[in-house]
Ligand binder design. Structure first.
Ligand code: PGA
Length: 241
């Protein structure tokens, strides 16, 4: 496990973007496992800057997103497809055919999970970007007695709905179901880059990386990954590392 302590969110975003840019520079056809949420926004902004200044090219990059809300399509501003277009894909030269996100509007849940499993099997992930939920979820793998290995359809935890309701008019509008990559697919990424910012993440980081492995804190399983990089700012890492 490698830990990078950033002084603040801006610095965290710079370090994370540098790591992803190095990956793409060394392997232009890298498969990037991508994530959404508040934390990676700064990183995507820095990647766009690197692209615009000519330092980075995405034309061979493949992007595979972790998760998507059930029932939301790319034209819905709350969907993760919309988030990715808005924060990254619309601003760089990534080939739209190389962009993969579970289809929240699919009529057949099981077929959609199988389709996504095939996408992941065909495109082994070089580096997976992750955030950590306040309950320790990664992607939408929520705390439970058992975790699913592959792409699946999940009921969101109350804690996740509570955290994410700030993006919606009210909590009733937050989708209660989502698609997510499974834990095996995340663990199979060659590298994992986990970002955490702010003091609200310190307690869950302590549970995940200083406690025992438990499916009740899905991020704790990352302790077993051979190439885990954690980039956190001082507030998030305080008392943890
Ligand atoms: P956040 O989400 O970046 O908005 O804190 C992280 C997550 O839920 O995985």
């Amino acid at each position: 496990m490698k830990i990078y302590k950033a002084k603040d969110y801006e610095h965290l975003s710079q370090i994370a973007a540098n790591i992803l840019a190095a990956q793409v520079t060394l392997k232009p056809d890298s498969v990037l496992g991508l994530s959404t949420g508040q934390t990676p926004i700064g990183t995507y902004k820095k990647l766009v800057e690197k692209y615009k200044s000519g330092d980075l090219c995405f034309n061979k990059v493949v992007g595979i997103n972790l998760d998507e809300y059930y029932g939301l399509g790319a034209d819905n501003p709350q969907s993760y497809a919309y988030f990715m277009n808005n924060n990254l894909f619309n601003h760089v030269n990534i080939n739209t055919e190389n962009v993969h996100i579970p289809n929240g509007l699919s009529q057949d849940i099981f077929a959609e999970c199988t389709r996504y499993d095939e996408v992941i099997a065909k495109n082994p992930i070089d580096i997976q970007l992750l955030g950590i939920g306040s309950n320790g979820h990664i992607g939408f793998n929520e705390p439970d007695a058992e975790l699913k290995l592959n792409t699946h359809y999940i009921t969101l935890a109350k804690a996740t709905i509570d955290t994410n309701k700030r993006y919606f008019k009210n909590e009733y509008e937050v989708p209660k179901m989502a698609y997510t990559m499974g834990i095996k697919q995340i663990m199979h990424a060659k590298k994992i880059l986990l970002l955490a910012s702010g003091e609200s993440k310190a307690e869950i980081l302590r549970k995940a990386f200083k406690g025992s492995l438990t499916t009740n804190v899905p991020a704790s399983l990352l302790q077993m990954h051979r190439n885990l990089i954690i980039v956190g700012d001082e507030a998030a890492l305080k008392g943890v590392f």
